[in-house]
Design a protein. Structure first.
Length: 307
């Protein structure tokens, strides 16, 4: 039996003309099409590491749901302490890397970077109990708002909206503490897992519930009050993107909706611009809305009325 093999006689570089390709790629990378931050090679945060870090944080927040189901009253604090210590050490390194891309102008020195990363991580850890309180309110809102839900455990393990908001609460904290690049990375990992895209800059109040969830988009400057409920394919987006005199987009300007307390927005609704949805309003499915509505409104495709 004859087994065909590749011809190994020619050097790999000459077989593929690698020298010329490598030279052209270097020119593109370093000169013609250089997209490096401040033109320098820097160590990027690791997406894989951040996925593990968020898993560790989830286990710390809810040890038996996302950690180890066989934990006991005697072992749970030891598990939380060990997992939290390990996870925060790993997080500090990722924050340090991310700060290289967040700091304007010249990069700070290594000692300054490490000190700032540790300060951010310490403040983030201090905020974990408050994050857990918000997440518990979100889970309770899902259980109260979905007649199909049979238990809190089902919501925490099976609902994509729960995963999305968990990732968002963690990402938003890091965004507020000065690590926006890392926050955006966490948000994108959550998006990949849940199909729900929430920018870490969005401000979302307690008892938030996304039912079904696929295709939901919440923009950077959106503000959501308490007890807001969204269904699948809802967009809270921008109507237009202001530019400066040179034509470059102006970043960070308020351009997404404000949704007040106790608002329900049904599937497929698109709400654009810096408008306000008044408290207690209901926005029907597939509505396209670009103007504010007063509290207590019921908006459908055919009409808008205030009760």
């Amino acid at each position: 039996m004859k087994i065909d093999t590749f011809d190994q006689s020619a050097p790999a570089a000459s077989r593929w003309n690698l020298g010329a390709v490598i030279d052209e790629l270097r020119i593109s990378r370093e000169a013609t099409h250089n997209i490096r931050h401040h033109g320098r090679v820097r160590e990027l945060p690791s997406r894989e590491a951040m996925a593990g870090i968020v898993n560790g944080l989830a286990a710390v927040l809810f040890p038996t749901h996302y950690g180890r189901p066989n934990l006991t009253d005697e072992s749970i604090d030891y598990f939380v302490g060990d997992t939290l210590n390990t996870t925060l050490n790993r997080l500090t390194e990722q924050v340090r890397r991310a700060l290289l891309f967040s700091a304007p102008g010249e990069a700070p020195g290594e000692a300054q970077l490490v000190e700032r990363a540790e300060r951010i991580t310490r403040a983030f850890a201090a905020g974990l109990p408050a994050i857990r309180a918000l997440l518990v309110s979100d889970v309770q809102a899902a259980y109260a708002g979905d007649p199909a839900a049979t238990s809190v455990a089902e919501i925490m393990l099976c609902y994509p909206g729960t995963i999305a908001i968990l990732y968002h609460r963690l990402a938003h904290s890091l965004q507020q503490l000065g690590a926006p690049f890392l926050a955006r990375l966490i948000a994108d990992i959550g998006h990949s897992l849940s199909g729900i895209d929430i920018h870490p800059g969005a401000r979302i109040g307690a008892s938030f519930f996304i039912d079904h969830g696929t295709g939901v988009v919440i923009g950077e400057t959106a503000i959501l009050g308490q007890r807001v409920r969204l269904y699948q394919a809802v967009t809270l987006g921008a109507k237009r993107f202001p530019a400066d005199a040179s034509g470059a987009l102006i970043k960070g300007t308020p351009r997404h909706p404000i949704v007040e307390d106790d608002v329900v927005i049904y599937a497929g609704a698109t709400i654009l611009g810096r408008i306000t949805i008044g408290a207690g309003s209901t926005i029907g499915g597939n509505v396209w809305l670009t103007q504010s509505v007063p509290p207590g409104s019921n908006v459908s495709q055919a009409q808008m009325r205030s009760d």
